[in-house]
Design a protein around this ligand. Sequence first.
Ligand code: CO
Ligand code: CO
Ligand code: CO
Length: 320
Amino acid sequence: MLKGFPPPTDPNVLVGFETNDDAAVYRLNEDHAIVSTVDFITPPVDDPVWFGRIAAANSLSDVYAMGGRPLTALSLVMFPARKLGLEILRGILQGGYEKVAEAGASLCGGHSVEDEEPKYGLAVTGLVNPRRILTNTGVRPGDVLILTKPIGTGVLFNANRSRKLPWSEIEPVLTEVAALNRLALEVALPFEISACTDVTGFGLLGHTQEMAVGSRIGIRLDFSALPIYPNALAMYRKGETTGSNAANRKLVQDRLRMSVKLSREQEELLFDPQTSGGLLLAVASDRAQRLVEALHAAGVKTARAIGEAYPTVRSEIHVV
Ligand code: CO
Ligand code: CO
Ligand code: CO
């Protein structure tokens, strides 16, 4: 979004906007840097409390994706108070409050404006050791890529809204959708992660591409290894999609090499925008298996090794 604007010149800005990273990082001294991020979304589901939980987990995730720990959060609220009533707003804030508390951070206020359609999210401030910042640019050839949550939330939310998928079919996955990426990060940190990002609006391939380009390497993804939410493929098969799939495909098509025959719905899944998606972690290959096992043991049950990085002249994604 800021392409064309001059990048920050303050030497203490350790992560600005040039690398499409998850959050800004500002060094205070040798041991401490501030992580700042902001995110807000339209309701992925009608239930106000789940909306609040998912939006808050989504906002907090960008601090975890940098290897940081959230300290304070401020809420951003856009809400049609006359149309929907304050009871619903109360539910959204309740869900958000729960997630901030679960993160061990403090909700300290926020700002709200009247708007046609509700939107909610958080501005989050966190802390990270400047020597242990995780960015999306550190992938090394040979690293294994690990994804900590399934993909497919975009099409599931749309299918629920268009009544192709009943609430009883989507509610069981919301606990995992709204899960904080805190646990996955805490388990992963001792394994000397070389790069990290969270998979969100640009879909699995969009965020994989940011890693590949930022790290100047190629990334091979094994389609059969991808964790996928139940019903996601079926919803694409039924003709459901999202407003982002076409744009997400366009974003990566120049760097995408496909060596596996996928059905149309399998392919769409690669471009499905995620809300509160999992972490995409790069780790040395000799530690990858142990990290996946440690994630499973800690309760991050759907974490999978999904590919590996290789040296290449021009960064690309190769789906096999
Ligand atoms: Co992010
Ligand atoms: Co974000
Ligand atoms: Co204000």
